[in-house]
Design a protein around this ligand. Structure first.
Ligand SMILES: *[C@@H]1O[C@H](CO)[C@@H](O)[C@H](O)[C@H]1NC(C)=O
Ligand SMILES: *[C@@H]1O[C@H](CO)[C@@H](O)[C@H](O)[C@H]1NC(C)=O
Length: 313
């Protein structure tokens, strides 16, 4: 073979691999993402490799080489408002967020958070959680002060993180995804009190794609294979958690004992029921105000929830 032909052959092989490989954008820092690397390693049987890259659902809108993305419903809704080709196709995890508070600040009920300093992250699912949960106790945003800070995955937590800020008295409470609330409670000891109500709010950490990707038969086949692998993974995460604590811990830089402590706050659900539409419609109304845009109509949000891949498994 002539060198030029050899190079052409090599290039075309290289090109094909890159065209067909499933590229998945996901935040690599959180517990909720961990079924994805587990599924790729243990169960995925697509026509080509699947690779994870750091990112999220915003990458689906901006980078056509990205095929799938995983993020909370909050980020999914923010992107869907401007990119109506995005589809939510699977639920990897439903995470019951918690507020942890310091009883020494006089907090024994959710309503006691009136007038208090509450740590959370604006513009994220945690910001919406704090707003919605406190509204259920009759508190409006003017009734409390939110304070920004960082999360912590493993003790000892740095001084600018919520668990440290709670312990040092800079804040009276905070609400965000795990394990920060758990680490905050462990740091406080007997003065810690948790508040949670998953029927009011839980994070719906989901897998997304686009109509273009789902309509491409070769791509769709690999997407279905990946979702099938995820479904097998969720079975392990649900029914044999002891076998994955250490894998999850090392993937996100946690202690395995803390992974075990927060495991009950994570449900590895996969599919969803009809109530999800009302849940996201209510959230989108709130996000629309925050982002100064029109809320998406319920009819259009119904299109966002695409069960067709689940039906193919
Ligand atoms: C959670 O919220 C729902 C709806 O507001 C309410 O009916 C239920 O009693 C709450 N559950 C707990 C444990 O507070
Ligand atoms: C997903 O996994 C569960 C648990 O193993 C299984 O019962 C279910 O049939 C699977 N769903 C599909 C659509 O394959």
């Amino acid at each position: 073979m002539k060198p030029s032909l050899l190079i052409a052959t090599f290039l075309s092989a290289f090109f094909n691999i890159h065209v067909l490989a499933l590229r998945i954008a996901t935040s690599l820092q959180w517990i909720e993402h961990t079924p994805q690397p587990y599924a790729i390693k243990n169960f995925y049987k697509g026509d080509s490799a699947a690779t994870l890259m750091s990112g999220g659902v915003a990458n689906l809108a901006s980078d056509r080489s990205v095929d799938l993305a995983a993020n909370a419903e909050t980020q999914g809704l923010k992107q869907y408002s401007g990119h109506r080709n995005i589809r939510l196709i699977y639920i990897i995890c439903e995470a019951g967020y918690r507020i942890v508070a310091n009883k020494a600040s006089g907090i024994n009920t959710l309503a006691d958070l009136k007038g208090k300093r509450i740590g959370t992250m604006a513009g994220t699912s945690a910001g919406y959680f704090v707003y919605k949960f406190l509204a259920s106790a009759g508190l409006q945003p003017s009734d409390y002060r939110t304070v920004s800070g960082n999360v912590c995955m493993k003790a000892p937590c740095g001084s600018n993180t919520f668990p440290s800020m709670l312990k040092s008295g800079q804040i009276d409470a905070f609400g965000i995804w795990e394990p920060a609330p758990e680490l905050g409670a462990q740091a406080l000891g007997n003065n810690a009190i948790f508040f949670q109500n998953i029927s009011i709010y839980r994070e719906v950490y989901s897998l997304y794609s686009t109509t273009e990707k789902l309509n491409d038969p070769a791509m769709r086949k690999n997407i279905v294979a990946f979702v099938k692998a995820l479904n097998q993974t969720l079975d392990v995460f649900t029914n044999k958690p002891d076998s994955v604590y250490s894998t999850v811990a090392s993937a996100v830089g946690m202690d395995a004992s803390v992974v075990k402590d927060v495991w009950p706050e994570h449900k590895w659900t996969g599919s969803w029921g009809p109530e999800l539409l009302d849940f996201i419609a209510e959230e989108d109304q709130w996000l629309a105000k925050q982002d100064n845009r029109q809320a998406v109509s319920k009819a259009d949000l119904a299109k966002f929830l695409d069960t067709s891949v689940l039906e193919e498994l």
